[in-house]
Design a protein around this ligand. Structure first.
Ligand code: CUA
Length: 346
């Protein structure tokens, strides 16, 4: 008998083999059936969770095998009572080393291919996604629906339609994260931060920030919710948001922002400060640049300047900068509200 090795009965070997198989099966079952994740609320979530379960299954098998061999060795090769001799020196085993290098390498390659397929499937763009601009700042979110001109602090999404999030930031880097969708993306300087996701489950979920962005970082998970709704509920919400305030001045201010006037023109009442186009405060003031052009017809001047930007060009500004499609984009009723709003500014 070799020194330091106990004789093992066949029955013991059999028991250990059975126990190993049982532990492997149990580990695999736990990995497949115990759900550690939040609700699966997007097509992406289902793919990510499958990948996670596959990886957890492989990890469980490797863990139990390694721990099993370790436990077996500790018991099988333990020092007998009274044995004070040195252990037998071991100089490695080439075959064993090749096997335990190849198997993990194979596992990593398989996981790599699988992960790539999940990522590729998650980033396939549908023909007609709902575009939502996500604006992040210290310390809140806002969500803009450019097709409807609606901006809101909560996110409303229709069930089953792909959403294309375009993520931007106002101050420092934030990270848009909805755990139930299994999506997260940073708004990074100089990069187009796009994220595609299709909600598959009705419900309300928190929007979180996954990038430490200052003292209010934690509160960015408390300020906004995602509401996944039926198509009809979503349309109704969007319509209610798009409706104008009843006060004509408030309504004018909303239109000034909705049609992008505020991106180019300064106007104190709307907190607009851009200098791309002429400032629009005090249009009626005889001392303003505008007064030389509108004479007595201020209303006509403002209206025509919106629908036909080349009709009057204020000194110091180039012709052709302002879009020429407002005549078709702004309905007549809204145009009247916008003109009234602008000429009411003092
Ligand atoms: Cu924004 Cu953390």
């Amino acid at each position: 008998m070799q020194r330091g090795v106990h004789p093992v009965k066949e029955r013991t070997v059999f028991a250990i083999a059975v126990l190993t198989v049982a532990l492997l099966a149990a580990g695999f079952w736990v990995a497949q059936n115990v759900n550690l994740m939040p609700a699966e609320a997007s097509t992406r979530a289902a793919l990510v969770d499958q990948l996670f379960r596959a990886m957890l299954g492989m990890a469980a098998v490797v863990f139990l095998l390694v721990e099993g061999v370790l436990l077996y060795s500790v018991l099988r090769f333990r020092r007998p009572k009274g044995d004070e001799a040195d252990a037998v020196p071991v100089h490695g085993n080439r075959a064993l080393e090749i096997v335990w290098t190849l198997i993990p390498a194979l596992i990593v390659v398989v996981i790599g291919f699988y992960s790539f397929r999940v990522l590729a499937a998650s980033e396939t763009r549908d023909a007609d996604p709902l575009v939502v601009n996500v604006h992040s700042r210290q310390f809140s979110w806002s969500f803009e629906y450019p097709a409807s001109g609606v901006t809101a602090t909560d996110l409303h999404l229709p069930l089953g339609r792909q959403v294309r999030f375009m993520i931007t930031y106002a101050d420092v880097i934030h990270s848009f994260w909805v755990p139930e969708f299994r999506v997260k993306r940073d708004a990074t300087p100089g990069q187009l931060a796009e994220l595609l996701v299709t909600p598959t489950r009705l419900g309300t979920y928190p929007v979180r920030c996954a990038e430490l962005c200052g003292v209010g970082h934690a509160t960015m998970g408390l300020t906004s919710q995602v509401y996944v709704e039926t198509e009809a509920d979503f349309e109704a919400w969007l319509e209610a948001q798009a409706a104008l305030p009843s006060d004509p001045i408030d309504a004018g201010r909303v239109l000034f922002g909705r049609y992008g006037c505020s991106s180019c023109h300064a106007l104190a009442d709307a907190n607009a400060v851009s200098v791309v186009g002429p400032a629009l405060d005090a249009l009626a003031d005889p001392a303003s640049e505008h007064a030389t052009m509108h004479g007595t017809d201020l209303r006509g001047y403002v209206e025509q300047s919106i629908v036909d930007p080349s009709a009057f060009v204020v000194a110091g500004f180039a012709d052709g900068l302002m879009p020429k499609d407002f005549a078709t984009r702004i309905p007549a009723g809204e145009l009247a509200i916008l003109v009234d709003y602008l000429i009411a500014q003092k």
